[in-house]
Design a protein. Structure first.
Length: 248
């Protein structure tokens, strides 16, 4: 099927839908200059995300892990939301029932104007108590140069950690419940820029499909989701999403 035909079909399904859900991954922020996790640019000093985004890595060397997050904060802070983020924000303002789930921790959807974003994996601009006293610090920034590996301390005396989900950790119950509901209740589910390898996020489009929703994949390449997607749009999110939104 040509891309134009697929775009027309998806636009038709969206117009007829009672509810639409979109879930994004690192691919949507790639064109804003934020490195994806599994792309060639995902390495920092030869460390991959899987080496650093774990509780074990933080226990071993919290300064190194903070240094990596401050490097990512620096990139994200300089990045601007792109046409893909903005198209999803416009979609939300035009549809009566629209849910946006993201695996990204960069906050670019909110900066593009989206509200009520379900952030499955947390947010890089927040830090929280490692011991779990309940303290959360909002707006942690990259800090001044020379202190990149400083480990912030909680008022309770424990270390602060980035408020993001690490490999091997469970997602917050309330967030995953909201996401499952949004998947189950939608007529169209857009899976945008995700490798569909990391669960439970990767299971959400499958839930939508089993509940009768049409699953649309927007990605540069095939993923494990592709065989389960009813419609596939191959291309950059920053081009495909505005093209779709303009057809509504
Ligand atoms: P990945 O880096 O695994 O995958 C990015 C996907 O985006 C790939 O499938 C690319 O083909 C696609 N892509 C790249 N550029 C694109 C573009 N311009 N337009 C459309 N698609 C594009 O990122 P995620 O799937 O988000 O978790 O990774 C999932 C999770 O793994 C992350 O949230 C993170 C990581 O471990 C945690 O930190 C808990």
């Amino acid at each position: 099927m040509s891309d134009t035909r697929a775009l027309d079909l998806i636009a038709e399904r969206i117009r007829a839908a009672r509810a639409v859900t979109a879930m994004t991954g690192a691919g949507i922020s790639a064109e804003s200059g934020v490195p994806t996790f599994r792309g060639a640019d995902g390495l920092w000093r030869n460390y991959s995300a899987a080496d650093l985004a774990t509780p074990e890595a933080f226990t071993r060397d919290p300064g190194l892990v903070w240094q990596w997050y401050r490097w990512r904060q620096g990139i994200i802070g300089r990045a601007q939301p792109n046409a893909g983020h903005r198209a999803l924000a416009r979609l939300q303002s035009r549809l009566a029932a629209f849910s946006l789930i993201t695996q990204n921790v960069d906050g670019l959807h909110q900066r593009a104007g989206s509200s009520g974003v379900i952030e499955l994996h947390g947010n890089i601009w927040r830090a929280r108590c490692l011991r779990g006293c309940g303290y959360v610090e909002d707006g942690t920034g990259p800090g001044s140069s020379g202190e990149e590996d400083r480990v912030p301390v909680c008022p309770c005396g424990a270390l602060l950690r980035p408020d993001v989900v690490w490999f091997g950790e469970a997602l917050a119950d309330d967030r995953i419940e909201l996401a499952v509901q949004a998947a189950r209740n939608c007529d169209v589910f857009l899976a945008v820029g995700t490798s569909s390898l990391v669960y439970p996020a990767a299971g959400l489009p499958l839930i939508a499909g089993r509940a009768g929703g049409v699953v649309v994949e927007v990605n540069l390449e095939d993923t494990p989701l592709t065989p389960h997607a009813g419609l596939v749009l191959r291309g950059r999110a920053a081009e495909v999403l505005p093209a779709l939104e303009s057809r509504l």
